[in-house]
Design a protein around this ligand. Structure first.
Ligand SMILES: [Fe+2]
Length: 371
């Protein structure tokens, strides 16, 4: 049994300037980022790098059309390293860019088992949630086929993941809230997964502790201290990424996808909408084992009785991001049935990592309880 997958070498710098110096950024580098990230942090460094600004090729999540356009743009330049600086979209595109020799997204999916790395890949996250800098999956919306599909290959790991807390200092509060809750969900789900190991749990539980105690400080001391907490949130998000790369995510992610897809709810927010609902249902089925350890760990951090641990967790999370019942997003009883069916049909990869088996009736029950 695999104990821990940790492919990229990890680096951390307090500032972009220190990173640029240490990594000797120059003519052989292509930086894939957004202009609003590049201008305040890198422009004044006058680096002789090539740049591609993703937003010029479309907005929102990566689509086959956007990625193909960026592949064509990159083909105009000569470079040896790709440096991805951004959120989930940028990172997902860069992973694809590293394994293409100019081939389109469709061609890469066709030969997904023979992908070869063509460029060294360095990933720098600018949110504190995806953990995507240490994983090898890229999710592309294949609009030509009408499906959202993950492309995964051992060749798509970055050689180096770099954490630069400076980049997160001006993160909008809503992005911080949804991405950090996503990281918390990664750490809880991966620690409850049957694939969890002592090694993955070391990172998972530590991430939980870092996120919960930082939320508590935020509530107590006010939003002004958020920039000072970003280093901790970014590191915790990375720990959670390491934990789920080995142990996987599960039902919370599986149940959140249909909600995100139909009602365009941000990933971390749709996770939060179903998070404690899934945990409560795990507890109805099985009260001992890892969930008992988890609940005790959480109760200790939250300073509450283990019987009310999910309520207390929600109280704390609500002060960061208000939880909404599903009907407020527009979800109907009929949607609940469609969502449950879609989870059972398409989310097998995630549902295999559940703490206990959840069948169609249970998934439907969870959705209905959250309506
Ligand atoms: Fe996630």
């Amino acid at each position: 049994m695999k104990q821990l997958i940790l492919k990229p070498e990890l680096h951390k710098f307090q500032t972009c300037k220190e990173f640029a110096k240490e990594f000797e950024l120059g003519e052989d580098d292509l930086i894939l980022t957004n202009e609003y990230i590049f201008n305040p942090y890198f422009k004044e460094l006058n680096l002789p790098v090539k740049t591609i600004f993703q937003e010029k090729f479309g907005a929102g999540e990566p689509t086959d059309i956007m990625v193909d356009a960026i592949i064509n743009e990159a083909a105009k330049y000569t470079f040896k390293r790709i440096i991805a600086i951004g959120g989930g979209t940028i990172i997902d595109i860069a992973k694809v860019l590293a394994v293409t020799n100019g081939e389109s997204v469709d061609k890469l999916y066709d030969k997904k088992n023979e992908l070869k790395k063509h460029y060294e890949l360095i990933i720098i996250p600018t949110t504190c949630g995806t953990g995507s800098e240490v994983t090898n999956i890229s999710i592309i919306n294949r609009t030509r086929l009408g499906v959202k599909m993950g492309l995964t290959s051992p060749e798509m790991f970055a050689e180096k993941a770099v954490l630069i807390p400076e980049l997160l200092k001006s993160l909008p509060f809503k992005v911080f809230a949804t991405s950090s809750i996503d990281a918390l969900v990664h750490s809880v789900e991966s620690s409850l997964s049957p694939k969890a190991t002592d090694y993955s749990k070391l990172f998972g539980y530590k991430a939980i502790e870092m996120i919960i105690t930082s939320y508590q400080r935020l509530v107590k001391e006010g939003k002004e201290i958020l920039p000072d907490l970003m280093d901790t949130f970014l590191t915790a998000s990375n720990f959670a990424g390491i934990a789920f790369e080995t142990a996987g995510c599960a039902a919370v992610h599986a149940l959140s996808y249909p909600l995100g897809a139909k009602y365009h709810v941000p990933h971390g927010e749709s996770n939060y909408a179903v998070f404690t609902g899934v945990l409560k249902n795990y507890m109805e089925i099985k009260q001992d084992g890892e969930i008992a350890t988890m609940n005790e760990f959480l109760a200790n951090l939250l300073n509450c009785d283990v019987k009310v641990v999910y309520e207390e967790l929600e109280n704390l999370l609500n002060s960061v991001l208000q939880k909404k019942p599903l009907h407020e997003y527009g979800v109907t009883e009929k949607d609940a049935e469609d969502f449950a069916e879609s989870v059972m049909k398409t989310q097998g990869r995630l549902m295999a990592n559940n703490f206990v088996v959840l069948d169609y009736d249970r998934v439907l029950k969870i959705y209905k309880e959250l309506l």
